[in-house]
Design a protein around this ligand. Structure first.
Ligand code: HEM
Length: 442
């Protein structure tokens, strides 16, 4: 097994891009584990070197050492060309993800305070209402693409409602993100996006509501306008893309795994099992938790160079035979020791909300459209693979045409009725894809 000082110029860097990695990322992780052990030298994009952490024990050590590793990329990022495919994801922004110490605690507490006040019963009703609106659009057709026609728009619509955004403003924000990624005039796109986010803040200042943006504005953390804009954007990106990937992945599992599909009549049991399976086997954020060693860092016989990115492979760490809980057979249902939500100070702040979003979206779909099957062989499903995430770009299914009966299905018994009807999904799927690309760093 090779140990490496990662800056050794002659060392072969394994790319986390290109056809070989994209075809089967798991093969790359296993090959790297066999060759290097706990961590390996990789390339995130042409010319962008990093260390990929592969073992469960090393992942926990890196994620839980805020003194040895910093999240602020500014000392490093000037070494990367601005047009590098990873600079969108890895460049600094004034939000919790890229901050350390007291600054991180302040920015993160704004998020946990604002999201902590979200009523999960009301959120569940919103998810069901939006889901019903989307299902109604395809119920009679007997076929649908569940990624562009369900999972992605559902998550974005639920989020924009949670943030108190009007449909019109939400669409402008999405369009701004899309223009950013069209790449023709990024400066202009940034200006438009900034202006639109400012308008959202101004509107909420003038007329606060019971929503996340109003709570961020009123919060104790006293975020500047710049921090507020980037916090809203990171919540939209960090929330919608991995959750949509989880919904898509778990649906495939439910439709193709005989044990689970038999248990579908058992409802939530099968759905929870499929979600656990995906969080272990194909975590939506496959490699993330990016940090930079403050000084050369010894890690299980390797020496990680100061200032060079270290990326934790949640996918590889979960597959590590020594991962926590793996010794008790391979039954992963109910075992939450996986790293899909990361660990340490930067771990996902709202795993229970993420699980609620995914489980409710899946349960509602299966309830309304029984008898669903994949419209293509599972091997032909198109996966989008980036160095950081893995998700389906399409999930074509067929089902016996079902009645359009959404209004009857919206449960009102759980609380007071909401004065809101699900809007038509006006946000173009291209815009949603652009937000997802921004988040994935493509
Ligand atoms: C299935 C869904 C989700 C998965 C798998 C997931 C996973 C993750 C992961 C792996 C991280 C990175 C942790 C790190 O850098 O070490 C993260 C961070 C984060 N997630 Fe989630 N997440 C999900 C849903 C959500 C949702 C619904 C929200 C918000 C509404 C959210 C908000 C955040 C935020 C704000 C951070 C940054 C925290 C910080 O740096 O302190 N996530 N998430």
């Amino acid at each position: 097994m090779t140990r490496y000082p990662a800056r050794e110029p002659s060392i072969l860097l394994t790319p986390l891009y290109g056809p070989e990695f994209t075809a089967a990322p798991e093969r790359t992780y296993e090959h790297l584990r066999a060759s290097y052990g706990d961590c390996a030298p990789v390339e995130l994009a042409p010319g962008v070197r990093a260390t990929l952490v592969l073992s469960y024990r090393a992942a926990l050590q890196v994620l839980r050492d805020p003194v040895g590793f910093r999240r602020d990329p500014r000392p490093w990022q000037h070494t990367v060309p601005r047009d590098s495919p990873v600079s969108g994801t890895m460049s600094w922004r004034p939000n919790a993800m890229f901050s350390d110490g007291d600054e991180h605690r302040r920015l993160r507490s704004a998020i946990t305070d604002a999201l902590g006040q979200v009523n999960h019963g009301a959120l569940r009703r919103d998810i069901v209402a939006v889901a019903d609106g989307l299902i109604d659009r395809v119920a009679a057709q007997g076929r649908a693409d569940l990624m562009t026609g369900y999972a992605l728009p559902l998550l974005m619509m639920v989020f924009t409602r949670m943030f108190g955004c009007s449909d019109e403003l939400a669409e402008r924000i999405m369009l701004g993100v899309q223009r950013l990624f069209d790449g023709s005039d990024p400066a202009e796109a940034n200006r438009v996006l900034d202006e639109t986010m400012q308008e959202l803040l101004d509107r909420k200042r003038g007329a606060p509501g019971d929503d996340v943006v109003s709570r961020l504005l009123a919060g104790r953390a006293r975020l500047s306008d710049d921090e507020l804009k980037h916090t809203v954007l990171v919540l939209m990106g960090a929330g919608s893309e991995p959750a949509a990937n989880l919904v898509g992945g778990a649906l495939v599992e439910l439709l193709t795994n005989a044990d689970l599909s038999e248990g579908l009549s058992g409802g939530t049991v099968a759905v929870d099992a499929a979600i656990d399976e995906i969080l272990w086997r194909r975590p939506p954020m496959s490699n993330y938790g990016i940090s930079y060693p403050v000084r050369p860092y010894p890690l299980y016989g390797n020496l990680l160079p100061a200032g060079e990115p270290v990326v934790v492979s949640f996918a590889a760490a979960n597959a590590d035979p020594a991962a926590a809980g793996r010794d008790a057979g391979d039954d992963r249902v109910g075992n939450r020791a996986h790293l899909a939500f990361s660990s340490g100070a930067h771990a996902c702040p709202v795993p229970s909300m993420a699980l609620l979003l995914a489980a409710t979206a899946i349960e509602r779909l299966l309830e309304r459209l029984p008898g669903m099957t994949l419209a293509c062989p599972v091997e032909q499903l198109p996966w989008r693979v980036s160095p950081f995430s893995r998700g389906l770009s399409a999930l074509p299914v067929t089902f016996p045409p079902a009645p359009v009966t959404a209004r009857q299905h919206v449960p009102v018994a759980a609380g007071p009725p909401e004065p809101w009807a699900p809007p038509a999904p006006r946000v173009r799927s291209g815009v949603l894809a652009a937000l997802a690309r921004w988040w994935r760093g493509e």
